[in-house]
Design a protein around this ligand. Structure first.
Ligand code: ATP
Ligand code: MG
Length: 452
């Protein structure tokens, strides 16, 4: 009780002083703010509320990155925001936010939140100090201090073109350092995902985590295990789709944070083949994101887990299992282990499994099967996956080249490229009943067609 009281009184958060930085000092002019975000702050201010552009957008603009999206913070309640804009809707259950819509554009508006350790009954924590609920409204200053890093706590007012800075975030941003607001250990305990965010931001901005913010991570990394797996998935996806996935994963590893995310990612990264494969996949992803091309999360997670599947598959084959069955079992085992940590969203699981299960089919270059594989809906993605396997040295480069040529060839050329069927294959085919004949499962009874 006394400890909590002292912490509140002497908390470094108390020592903060508001600085108002004019346009001449920071150079961020209102033309750089999206028109939707400006309309939102103007609308709220005209209705008598405070409203600022906050967080990632201000930070990114100041370091010369085009922001993905704009967030606005205000003292208006969600209902008041909703009432101010005709085209808006309230979203979120845990903490209600408002989406203000202008044409195709959306701005997320949040009401100032109270700082987590402002005391009282509003904050629920688990036994490690993780905050389970903190849905109280607060003042502008409290909202600044409950944010994660100083450079994320800059408030920009498009009307005055001033930046409001409560925690020296601008100085940190200029010095290119990521600093936790308040006591780093306590803030990581409140929300362990902040450790991962530090690594992600460091990678994205090419900045270092300042020593006092970095030091506690090594001993607190295991707290990531208590974070709900769906939340970890969201944050990991942000990292992977940031355009700095390779650097982000390297930073997670450098901070010892990868253990809690993708089981065995550390093991995979320690095998030269596995590391090459994952790094190549991440580089390709980064190139695509930076070129504004679509990226498939399923493809990404399929690559991150592939070497684990591969070793589980081989283990089962060596144990005498049939190859196809061994692969299916390996896939299920790897995904089941993964589900306990960072839950990959269900809608991606089907695609991931399909990518993996198509891989053995690339080894067959005889008969009609290569032609059927070409027609598969997921051929392109599966081929890209194969190409990565070849490039990383797992398979002979010649295999991907063959498929590349095969896919681009004419019908006649394809026929010429196909290898003669192996005798075993022919025999199996000949024993098959003609199409349309009732199928049997060997027991003499008609089997139920699984497709029907
Ligand atoms: P990005 O550009 O990748 O979206 P971002 O900083 O905008 O980075 P968001 O997840 O969009 O990240 O969060 C928006 C803002 O909310 C952050 O800038 C930060 O001020 C605050 N925030 C986000 N997550 C946390 C957290 N876990 N703890 C405290 N504040 C947070
Ligand atoms: Mg953001």
């Amino acid at each position: 009780m006394i400890g909590k009281f002292l912490r509140r009184v002497f908390s470094p958060r108390r020592a903060n002083m508001l600085r108002r930085l004019p346009l001449e000092e920071h150079g961020l002019s209102r033309d750089q703010i999206s028109s939707c975000a400006r309309r939102t702050t103007e609308g709220l201010q005209a209705a008598g509320f405070q409203a600022y552009v906050v967080g990632g957008a201000v930070r990114d603009l100041l370091v010369g990155i085009v922001p993905k999206d704009f967030d606005v913070a205000t003292d208006a309640t969600p209902d008041q925001v909703r009432a101010t804009f005709r085209r808006s809707r309230i979203i979120g259950r845990r903490f209600r936010l408002v989406h203000v819509l202008c044409g195709q554009d959306t701005v997320e508006v949040s009401t100032f939140r109270g700082s987590a350790n402002a005391g009282g009954d509003s904050v629920e924590q688990d036994e490690h100090g993780r905050i389970l609920r903190d849905n109280v409204f607060g003042t502008l200053e409290e909202d600044a201090l409950r944010r994660d890093f100083t450079l994320n706590a800059l408030f920009y007012d498009p009307a005055t073109q001033e930046i409001l800075d409560y925690c020296d975030g601008y100085a940190d941003l200029r010095a290119r350092r990521i600093r936790v607001i308040g006591d780093a250990e306590q803030r990581y305990r409140e929300d362990p995902v902040r450790m991962m965010r530090a690594a992600r931001l460091g990678a994205k901005l090419g900045m270092t985590i300042e020593p006092r913010s970095r030091a506690p991570i090594a001993s607190l990394a295991s707290l990531m295990e208590n974070v709900p797996s769906a939340r970890l998935f969201d944050e990991m996806l942000k990292l992977l789709l940031s355009g700095h996935a390779r650097e982000g994963v390297l930073r997670l590893r450098a901070e010892g944070l990868h253990h809690g995310l993708l089981p065995m990612l550390d093991v995979i990264l320690e095998q030269p083949l596995g590391e090459r494969f994952v790094m190549l996949a991440l580089e390709r992803t980064d190139e695509r994101v930076r070129a504004d091309k679509p990226v498939s999360p399923a493809f990404l997670f399929a690559t991150l887990l592939w070497h684990e599947v591969l070793s589980a598959w081989t283990r089962r084959e060596v144990g005498g299992e049939k190859s196809a069955l061994a692969l299916m079992e390996a896939m299920d085992a790897v995904l089941a282990a993964q589900a306990g940590r960072l839950a990959i969203h269900k809608r991606y699981l089907v695609d991931i499994k399909e990518l993996w299960s198509l891989q053995p089919r690339f080894l067959v270059r005889a008969g009609r099967r290569p032609l059927r594989l070409l027609e598969h809906l997921r051929f392109r993605a599966a081929y890209d996956f194969l190409a990565l396997r070849c490039e990383s040295g797992e398979l002979d480069a010649e295999l991907a080249q063959w498929w590349d040529r095969f896919a681009g060839a004419s019908d006649v050329e394809r026929e010429a490229m196909l290898l003669p069927e192996e005798p075993g294959q022919k025999r199996r085919r000949r024993r098959r009943k003609p199409a349309g004949a009732p199928r049997t499962d060997g027991s003499g009874q008609a089997a139920i067609d699984p497709i029907a």
